[in-house]
Write a new protein. Structure first.
Length: 876
């Protein structure tokens, strides 16, 4: 397969003004009749042939202006239909026949537990009809759906319902009209027997928007939270960005089988059930928060993505990075901004940093791809959000808002590029972002080395900074980037100074946003009475790896005193990382693993109530996970050392701080009814973290408390809060607990997914034989992405200790699974194949074993484009 390149972008030869779709949904065949108003693109001199994308369909008819188009004047192949000699303006009619019930790739039109549904982003529409399936072709859609009335009482598409009726033979029809021009990737259709929960929202200007959430019958009691979140998101976008909803009706449908979380189709979002259904008995606090974030994310796309859309797929981060940033701001406003920031950064570090450092590294705006579905990556999403956040940091809140207002106003209804976004911010702020644009084109996580230099005579403190951007595939030479680095200075009592650079006047703010632009650059602060402790990269103002030679005491001091809560957490994490790396060294040399006092004292002080912020204490005491530690480790990554070191640090912390954990466990028991408010979530978080440590420490009272909590819990957060550590530590009675859990929840698919994942990611329960047994479990199904993620995804990502078993048996098994999945769902297969992509980070024997599997996968003659791209890039 040949790569598609950004440099080869050309505007479409023809534009489409209207699309009229007529679906006849059937059990065997579904026929699609499309009538398009086509005209030559006035921006192009010689339009030439009309090129239409299309795959996996049977073409039944092609007509131009009502007359069948002769076969001699078109070319049809596996991926396209090209019409030669068409007029300047015409009506094109195409009839295709498709088999949604056999579509296991879950792209285009497919069936999910009896419901017809669609996923068209990025290139699914071409599996429905022949069409210029590219985001810069925007048209007005009308959709008529005809289906059996009994099986499919609910028939939905984008926009407003403009007609309906019954037909002979028990069939009925509904017609929808979407007044907003849109690219084909935002088209959606749903047909099924679904229950509806409704509400309404009145916008700032008084427009009434009907809100409907559709779920399978029986799930009506699990949509309250999503509905509340939707209304919160609508209100938030009005105040935070001045964006009002432009629809009369906003519909959301939940389906079981979905490749990702959700999809922002215009006025008709389609959601994975896992990203919408929640009630306290079945969903955890993390689920509640994830649902709110995803509901918000898809809603925010209505402006950042739909009203202003993408010129081409290389611009994907224009909508995704910006929308993730908006989602993060929303979540931070709803819960706690520092805790949200910690979670964002944790995700960035565990998923994006490794990607940026491996064979599939690519810029936020890639310059080529083989399969665009492979580019819905942490780099495009999470690093993309960081790029937007850095612009926010550089411009400040007010100018940033002026910039986004200008962007939305200037480009409403257009398909644009990241360049237009940067330009709007520049124009609104009169700032120069030319060097900053490198963040879109240069891959690799910058490393920043910082030294501090105090001059007592002059009363100055100088920070010397040096930036290096590592080499990435296809990018040798890198230019220095423009990096906002938020800095504070603490005096000996832990108070923040108000740092001013030499030459600047007095300032009040205790955080100074430095702008690093050179490869090496120094910043000198004046009027510094004593040697300060610097607090660097506050709130993680840029997605970089920053190094500064703190002493352990400095870190403990920052953990106790920094006014920047994110950096408090960061200081605690750095202390923990150091202890872990020392423990790994000890483990590898066969020495006893010890835990020195600084970490114990610092964490003890936190638990005894230093900050008063429960959520933050819980975050600080959460150990960095194994895959993040693998990313930090020098070659070769040693999964065993990581696992054992991490475990013994956990056990030792638990034992050293046993009384504090027990106190916190008891002090934060729930009282009264479940609530998903920030305070209650923080309380459960700290309580369950304390419980997990007590169980890890082998404390009898703790283990008994876990058993008891597992039995008595009235919500899933507490139930899993007990079961997880029981499974992780394999305490007596865990097998029975797992069984009873399954028995109790076997009818709730989202809960069964948790049951799978908890085992697959456990170093004790997720051994290879158990994983194989889970695949044979009646509740497992390779065609359901949630199940695949719960077992195979959790195994590869969440259980590195077992996945990287030294004998390579897990690798061989996993490669079989990749191949099997490739025949079912290429996107899922490619996602799994990434489990091998960083094989060069491991020792020679593991490298050899993984390479062997990658080569075996690559030899498969029918391999999908998706998996092919990941495997060949990994092999390099
Ligand atoms: N835009 C969709 C992602 C589509 C991915 C297709 N493989 C969800 C989102 O980011 O909102
Ligand atoms: Zn998105």
């Amino acid at each position: 397969p040949q790569p598609v390149r950004l440099a080869e972008y050309t505007p479409p030869a023809y534009v489409v003004d209207t699309v009229d779709l007529h679906f006849e949904l059937g059990e065997e065949w579904t026929s699609v009749h499309a009538r398009l108003a086509v005209r030559a693109n006035p921006d192009r001199a010689e339009p030439g042939a009309l090129f239409l994308n299309g795959r996996e369909m049977e073409l039944l008819e092609v007509a131009v202006d009502g007359r069948p188009w002769p076969e001699t004047d078109y070319e049809l192949n596996e991926e396209s239909l090209t019409l030669h000699g068409v007029p300047e303006h015409f009506t094109l009619e195409i009839t295709t026949s498709i088999r949604p019930q056999e579509n296991t790739a879950l792209e285009g039109l497919y069936k999910s537990s009896g419901t017809f549904c669609t996923q068209c982003e990025p290139e699914g529409f071409r599996r429905i009809t022949y069409f210029p399936d590219r985001s810069d072709v925007m048209a007005r859609y009308t959709t008529t759906i005809v289906a059996d009335a009994e099986r499919y009482p609910v028939l939905l598409s984008n926009g407003n319902r403009i007609g309906a009726g019954t037909l002979p033979g028990g069939r009925h029809w509904v017609q929808w009209e979407d007044p907003h021009p849109k690219p084909s990737y935002l088209f959606a259709l749903v047909a099924g027997d679904l229950a509806r929960v409704s509400d309404a929202f009145t916008t700032l200007s008084g427009r009434e928007v009907a809100l409907h959430i559709y779920v399978e019958h029986g799930n009506e009691d699990k949509v309250d939270h999503a509905m509340r979140s939707l209304k919160a998101a609508m209100a938030w976008d009005e105040t935070a960005y001045g964006r009002e909803c432009d629809l009369d009706v906003y519909q959301v449908v939940a389906v079981e089988d979905f490749n990702m979380g959700a999809m922002e189709n215009k006025g008709l979002n389609i959601f994975n059930t896992s990203a919408i259904l929640a009630k306290p008995e079945t969903a955890t606090d993390a689920d509640f928060q994830r649902i709110e974030a995803i509901i918000g994310h898809e809603y925010f796309h209505n402006w950042s993505g739909n009203r202003v859309t993408l010129r081409d797929w290389f611009q994907l981060s224009l909508k995704e990075g910006f929308t993730v940033f908006r989602e993060q701001q929303f979540a931070g406003d709803r819960y706690s901004a520092p805790v949200q920031r910690i979670e964002d950064v944790r995700r960035l570090r565990t998923a994006q940093f490794p990607e940026d450092d491996g064979p599939t590294a690519h810029p936020v705006r890639p310059d080529s791809y083989i399969e665009i579905s492979n580019f819905y990556t942490p780099t495009v999403y999470e690093k993309g959000a960081e790029v937007i956040r850095m612009m926010y940091n550089l411009l400040g809140a007010e100018d940033f808002r002026r910039g986004t207002d200008l962007y939305f106003q200037r480009h409403d209804g257009q398909a644009v590029t990241t360049e237009e976004f940067a330009r709007a911010l520049e124009d609104a702020s009169e700032r120069d972002l030319s060097q900053f644009r490198l963040w879109y084109t240069q891959a690799g996580t910058p490393r920043i080395h910082v030294d501090g230099d105090y001059d007592p005579e002059a009363g100055t403190y100088t920070l010397h900074m040096r930036q290096e951007i590592p080499e990435t595939p296809g990018q040798r030479q890198k230019e220095p980037m423009h990096i906002p680095i938020a800095v504070g200075l603490l005096d000996g009592d832990g108070n923040g100074l108000a740092p001013r650079l030499t030459g600047e006047g007095e300032r009040a703010e205790t955080t100074r946003m430095l702008e690093l632009r050179e490869a090496e650059q120094s910043f000198t602060f004046s009027g510094i009475p004593e040697e300060p402790v610097p607090s660097l990269l506050r709130s993680f103002s840029a997605p970089v790896r920053l190094e500064f030679g703190y002493r352990d005491e400095d870190l403990a001091f920052l953990l106790a005193n920094d006014e920047d809560l994110f950096n408090r957490w960061e200081a605690g994490q750095e202390l923990a990382r150091r202890a872990l790396f020392r423990a790994m060294t000890a483990y590898r040399s066969g020495a006893e693993i010890e835990l020195e006092g600084t970490l114990v004292d610092a964490f003890g002080a936190l638990l005894r109530g230093g900050t008063g912020d429960k959520a933050l204490v819980a975050e600080a005491l959460t150990q960095p996970d194994e895959s993040y530690l693998a990313d930090l480790m020098d070659w070769p990554v040693d999964p065993e050392a990581i696992h054992h070191a991490r475990r013994s640090i956990r056990v030792r912390l638990a034992q050293a701080l046993r009384d504090d954990f027990l106190y916190n466990y008891r002090a934060h028991q729930a009282d009264g009814e479940y609530s998903a408010d920030p305070e209650a979530i923080a309380r459960r978080r700290l309580k369950n973290l304390s419980l997990a440590y007590l169980v890890a420490g082998g404390d009898e009272a703790g283990i008994e408390a876990a058993r008891e909590q597992f039995r008595q819990a009235t919500n899933m957060t507490d139930r899993l809060g007990a079961l997880r550590p029981m499974v992780a530590e394999d305490v007596a009675g865990t097998g029975g607990a797992l069984e009873s859990f399954y028995e109790q929840w076997k009818d709730e698919a989202e809960v069964v997914d948790k049951w799978f994942a908890i085992q697959a990611s456990s170093p004790v329960y997720g051994t290879l034989d158990r994983i194989k047994a889970l695949l044979d479990h009646p509740a497992f199904n390779h065609k359901n992405p949630n199940k695949v993620r719960a077992v195979l995804g959790a195994f590869a990502r969440g259980n590195p200790y077992r996945f990287h078993a030294a004998d390579g048996t897990a690798y061989a098994f996993f490669a079989d699974q990749v191949l099997h999945m490739d025949g079912i769902n290429p996107q899922m297969a490619a996602a799994l194949a990434r489990g091998f992509s960083r094989f060069r980070r491991y020792d020679e024997e593991r490298q050899r074993l993984m390479r062997e599997q990658l080569e075996r996968i690559r030899r498969e003659p029918q391999l999908s484009r998706d998996t092919f791209e990941i495997v060949t890039k990994s092999l390099g």
